[in-house]
Ligand binder design. Structure first.
Ligand SMILES: NC(=O)c1ccc[n+]([C@@H]2O[C@H](COP(=O)([O-])OP(=O)(O)OC[C@H]3O[C@@H](n4cnc5c(N)ncnc54)[C@H](OP(=O)(O)O)[C@@H]3O)[C@@H](O)[C@H]2O)c1
Length: 340
């Protein structure tokens, strides 16, 4: 394939709530360094972390201007050398953006070869675009809950893409899940993926329902993506010695801590972040994980795609996703996805 000299990308010029801070620009393809690959992007997903990044509120801040977007999929069209990069050439891959420099909301992206997972021909590039961030986090956190000896898990924001994956992965391990949502339509979405226990945090006797069920099922680990008062309510209702693993802050609120909850009920709070978890894993664990991702990709780790927007309309795509998160992921796509 003949590579173009330039390509289109969404460029962020300022961390801000302002939509005009990101615009489509023309960029030049730079020479590759050893270990890097050039990917012709097909699809890129939008996650809560991308929304926070655009506003300058995420745990990663890159030097501006920069192309945003953390995960996507495409075809490796060139390699800067090195065994793995050369092996990937011509392959369809799920990929993540480098820790520094431009991300996935573009026609082309350069990243480290080890940030790519070949997906073969039987998994679509659309599913490949959602195969890293949520699936690995869901697998890692259910493993962690199992390590803590939980017979059951409570999870908040349970109708999220990640929450639905937790339902499937936990079921494979025989771990029950108490799913906490805030809207009736989210209850339906969870039933569709086989969830058994669903509680709505907005009903008046929610805390009582959760106390009874979490004690009955021995749910001693909570996977919490909401933070704020909900975390305290949920942890207070859970059995003695329970722990909340905070992995998201969708409410953007602080968690009010009651000292008595920690002292007299031995409750614990801790955080989880994929960006620190991955580098702590052994090469064997990462290899095992990549096999698990591929084998569960079509069922337990399947992501619902709600909408697709061309790269030119990336800002609209981001708005659309932020307003309709429960409906499914919104993909930003290039002409590659149109078969061109
Ligand atoms: N720590 C890590 O390494 C890591 C990795 C991956 C994902 N995450 C986190 O995992 C969470 C889920 O990600 P996702 O991509 O699966 O999300 P998603 O599919 O976009 O879904 C987000 C869900 O959260 C709900 N929600 C939003 N604000 C809420 C609030 N204040 N209270 C209760 N529910 C709320 C939305 O429902 P509504 O319609 O009710 O708004 C929606 O169902 C996010 O917090 C993300 O940052 C963390």
């Amino acid at each position: 394939m003949n590579l173009p000299k330039t390509y289109k990308a969404l460029e962020l010029r300022e961390y801000s709530e302002n939509k005009n801070s990101a615009q489509i620009v023309e960029k030049t393809i730079r020479p590759l360094k050893k270990g890097e690959v050039l990917i012709r992007m097909h699809s890129a997903s939008i996650n809560p972390s991308d929304l926070m990044f655009l506003r300058g509120l995420y745990g990663i801040k890159k030097k501006l201007p920069v192309v945003p977007g953390f995960e996507g999929s495409g075809q490796v069209v060139s390699s800067g050398g090195g065994f793995y990069g050369s092996y990937l050439k011509g392959k369809n891959v799920a990929c993540t953006a480098p820790g520094r420099g431009d991300g996935v909301y573009a026609e082309y992206m350069i990243t480290d070869a080890f940030s790519c997972l070949p997906i073969g021909k039987d998994l679509s590039l659309e599913q490949g675009a959602c195969l890293y961030v949520n699936p690995i986090t869901a697998i890692a956190m259910v493993d962690l809950a199992e390590k803590y000896g939980a017979k059951a898990i409570v999870q908040t924001a349970a109708a999220s893409a990640l929450g639905k994956m937790v339902v499937g992965i936990a079921a494979r391990k025989g771990i029950q899940v108490i799913n906490v949502v805030r809207k009736p339509e989210q209850e339906e979405a969870l039933k569709a993926v086989g969830a058994k226990h669903i509680l709505n945090s907005e009903v008046s006797n929610f805390e009582r329902q959760l106390r009874v069920l979490s004690n009955e099922l021995k749910a001693t680990v909570c996977l919490d993506a909401v933070a704020g008062e909900l975390t305290t309510k949920v942890l207070l209702a859970m059995p003695y010695g329970s722990r909340a693993i905070i992995y998201g802050a969708l409410s953007e609120k602080e968690i009010p801590i009651h000292a008595g909850m920690m002292i007299f009920q031995d409750k614990k709070l801790e955080g989880f972040w994929l960006s620190t978890w991955v580098p702590q894993q052994s090469p064997y664990k990462i290899w095992k994980l990549s096999k698990e991702l591929r084998s569960l990709a079509k069922k337990e780790l399947k992501t619902d795609i709600a909408a697709r927007f061309p790269l030119d309309k990336a800002v609209e795509a981001i708005d659309n996703y932020a307003a309709n998160m429960t409906k499914g992921k919104v993909l930003i796509q290039t002409s590659f996805a149109e078969g061109k």
